[in-house]
Design a protein around this ligand. Sequence first.
Ligand code: FE2
Length: 375
Amino acid sequence: MQTLVVEKDTDVRDFLPLNGTDHLELYVGNAKQSAHFYKTAFGFETVAYAGPETGLRDRASYVLQQGKIRLVLTTPLNSEGLIIDHIKKHGDGVKILALWVDDAYQAYEETVKRGAVSYQEPKTLTDEFGEVRTAGIYTYGETVHLFVERKNYKGAFMPGYVAVEGGYKPGGTGLLYIDHCVGNVGWNRMNEAVKWYEDVMGFKNILSFDDKQINTEYSALMSKVMSNKNGYVKFPINEPAEGKKKSQIEEYLEFYEGEGVQHIAVATHDIIQTVRDMKVRGVEFLSPPPKAYYETLLERVGKIDEDIAPLQELGILVDYDEEGYLLQIFTKPVQDRPTLFFEIIQRKGAQSFGAGNFKALFESLEREQELRGNL
Ligand code: FE2
């Protein structure tokens, strides 16, 4: 059975205090067009920009925001360098999971001391709006945690970026903040990754699922949820498990050519409105579960505030735990490789991740996988 372990060990000093997610940086083949997609389809706005016009010769970056969510879309401007190498290998994907800290130098020192591999030594960036201090370490695959300290900064994003005002603004879809970001790791790598988050970052494993709990007729996976001490940052980690056919995690690892971020879960206070809006704007979601899922929904989850009809119409899933329930839905991959996708989630008390929906979700994922010839 799933058990949610919440330890109240506030007397132990947190050596890596985190205020939340600062931003996610994606390396993409065409940042200008990706920005248009995330604005039109997801409802983000461009708030800052860096590129040739600001003195960069090798790349362009668009900073998009909605609620507290910041996405940085970066593309290379020539055929040489780490960004193009990353895109050549992985396709479009998340390079940086940036964490908001009060002291980037200390975050770096504490994590490197505990075994983190350095990505970027601490540095201080300054402009007329103040200073931002950053430092970075590698996590799974080529993915990076960048520590960002911005308490002495008043600018749009960071020194080096100019604020963008006006321009194309199709309006938001009610997305508020990042709820969790999930990583896929390779065969037998789960425990190593879990231990890394425990030892290096001081995270706790708050929830675990094995392949007996997460399986369909064809495939299985294991998942462990890692949380930082105050619970502001949660990173579930998936590992494939043996099944009759290839699991979605294996498909991801094959097409991403390694470990990386599988999905970004973003929160809303009105999932029905958000999903309805996103569908009109062209976001593709996984196909809804069979009718039977909704016919027996209330028996499974108990009383909910929402009507069943719109949930069924949109394919929104519901799960529950001891503390309440949650509503969630998953997009199809947002690029041609079957890699990164998004989850839209609305929590009504529940602090878990929708394990009760895994079977329905995976059967839906497998239908897509089969269409791609990868099952
Ligand atoms: Fe999720």
